[in-house]
Design a protein around this ligand. Structure first.
Ligand code: BT5
Length: 314
């Protein structure tokens, strides 16, 4: 029944097919049809339903296509692995850190998607991009703040280049549209015990892509790209664009042009923020973000320089 139902919806793409008629055709209840539609949605088909009108297929599945992505990305990357479900793509690379430089893991859904300080990153099925990249930089002392900043630029440019949305970067690792978070970045590094040299680095990127309703705790602060424009977005295209931007900026990291892009797309320069350092919270105005990615805040005419921590726009 599933395949036959899908075929009917595909033959009538963009047109409503009446739920009663479908029930009659398959000789099942309307509930049974609705259950099959739910299964198709879980598989990634975008199907709209309207009372009295029925169902219409808006988009076929947006499956992650590893072959397509591999054929389009820079040789900087080595292999790509895909998981329908995983705990966290960052965890996977942590455990498998012997893999080659440039190894990429992509998942359709994460059960334990993580943010910083073990906060959760909501990663539902077929909705967004959850990917991590394993890097083994030759430099022993790479600046993690710079790497977070350049990743933010790579993601922000990929979103802005292709879709009619005004995305901005919120120091240090968030991409916002209309002041709501559309993407988060999590960098994790491991140091060698004796030398304190960098052993490996994992860049984790989460992007909310398709139209979605967020759970109560996120609905005021999170958004997706499609929630902000009428386009249907191919995750494959966006992944290719993020990865190619990232390798290009990474390979030219000493040239700080990307920091100009960071500053030009900053959501916080000249804005009033609340900042927290060592559990102490205060207010100030952001006056500058320097080439190292440090935040300069004017707090009652005293300039505070932050290189990590939390800020909130107020
Ligand atoms: C981040 O942390 O935003 C980093 C998120 C990194 C996720 C990627 S997905 C692939 C890879 N594998 C992983 O397990 N993680 C990485 P942070 O700045 O700490 O923000 C976390 C906060 O963002 C949460 O406490 C929520 O308030 C909010 N949040 C959670 N899920 C969200 C979502 N899907 N969209 C927008 N905001 C979200």
């Amino acid at each position: 029944m599933r395949n036959k139902l899908l075929k009917i919806l595909q033959e009538n793409k963009n047109e409503f097919v009446n739920g009663n008629e479908l029930a009659k055709l398959f000789d099942v209840s309307k509930m049974a049809i609705s259950k099959q539609v739910k299964n198709l949605r879980n598989d990634g088909y975008i199907i709209e339903s309207k009372p009295n009108k029925g169902y219409r297929l808006l988009h076929n599945k947006d499956s992650i296509d590893i072959d397509y992505i591999s054929s389009k990305i820079d040789t900087f990357y080595s292999n790509i692995e895909f998981f329908k479900t995983i705990d966290s793509t960052n965890n996977y690379l942590k455990i498998n850190n012997q893999l080659k430089q440039g190894h990429i893991v992509i998942a359709d859904n994460q059960s334990e998607g993580r943010g910083r300080s073990n906060r959760k990153f909501f990663s539902p099925l077929n909705s967004g991009i959850y990917l991590s990249i394993l890097l083994k930089p030759k430099d022993s002392v790479l600046n993690l703040l710079k790497l977070t900043s350049l990743t933010a630029v790579a993601v922000n440019e990929a979103i802005k280049e292709h879709y009619p949305v005004n995305s901005q970067i919120k120091w240090v690792n968030d991409i916002l549209i209309d002041n709501k978070k559309v993407s988060g970045i999590l960098l994790e590094a491991s140091l060698e015990m004796n030398t304190a040299n960098l052993e490996y680095l994992i860049i984790g990127i989460g992007i909310n892509v398709h139209k979605q309703k967020f759970p109560d705790d996120l609905k005021e602060i999170a958004t997706s790209i499609e929630n902000n424009c009428d386009l249907y977005i191919s995750r494959n295209e966006l992944i290719v664009s993020v990865l190619n931007n990232l390798s290009e900026i990474y390979n030219d990291m000493n040239n700080s042009i990307y920091m100009d892009k960071y500053r030009n797309n900053s959501a916080i320069i000249n804005k009033k923020i609340e900042y927290t350092i060592n559990n102490k919270t205060s207010n100030g105005i952001v006056v500058k973000i320097d080439n190292m990615g440090h935040l300069h805040i004017n707090d009652n005419n005293e300039i505070i320089i932050m290189n990590s921590g939390e800020i909130k726009m107020i």
